[in-house]
Design a protein around this ligand. Structure first.
Ligand code: FE2
Ligand code: FE2
Length: 169
């Protein structure tokens, strides 16, 4: 494996000392998280996926892009923004905010801008790092929203029909 977990964790620790990044903890995210916790989970999963896929990545750009991918800095629940509009517009808002507070490479900018693809059809991820964050974000979001795969027999029980005592299969 080419990637250095030590380098990844060092950069993560460093960025988590930045008050600009820490302010994300004030904004809720999905059902059970806040934007800071969510972004840390996305960063960690993105790195784990890189290891799993055997992809050589830039650890520092991956961490920074992942931590800032949702740097939109508002409460999506209380703002008067329809969910779909938030979904397609927040990557650009996050990028605009991040560019004010941080120096970003082109790759980091694309990680932020492309993380909602394919919803944002014309801004696809253009690097391995951006693809990893795009995938990890969806997985972490689904977990935070407690989406569970339907189990066998789920629709049967939900239909209101009762199983006969002793019935199998
Ligand atoms: Fe997002
Ligand atoms: Fe996200």
């Amino acid at each position: 494996m080419y990637n250095s977990r030590k380098k990844f964790e060092k950069k993560l620790t460093l960025l988590l000392q930045d008050p600009n990044i820490c302010q994300m903890r004030h904004f809720p995210q999905h059902k059970s998280s806040n934007t800071l916790k969510h972004s840390i989970s996305v960063a960690k999963l993105s790195f784990s996926l890189a290891e799993k896929f055997g992809w050589e990545i830039s650890e520092e750009e991956l961490v920074k892009g992942a931590l800032l991918h949702d740097y939109y800095l508002y409460n999506a629940r209380t703002e008067d923004i329809p969910g779909y509009v938030h979904g397609i517009s927040h990557p650009e808002t996050a990028l605009k905010n991040a560019m004010k507070d941080f120096h970003l490479t082109g790759k980091e900018k694309n990680i932020i801008r492309g993380h909602m693809w394919p919803l944002t059809l014309f801004t696809p991820p253009r690097s391995k790092e951006a693809v990893l964050v795009c995938i990890a974000d969806k997985y972490v979001a689904a977990k935070e929203m407690s989406i569970k795969p339907a189990k066998k027999g789920y629709s049967y029980r939900r239909s209101g029909r009762k199983r006969r005592a002793g019935a199998r299969g």
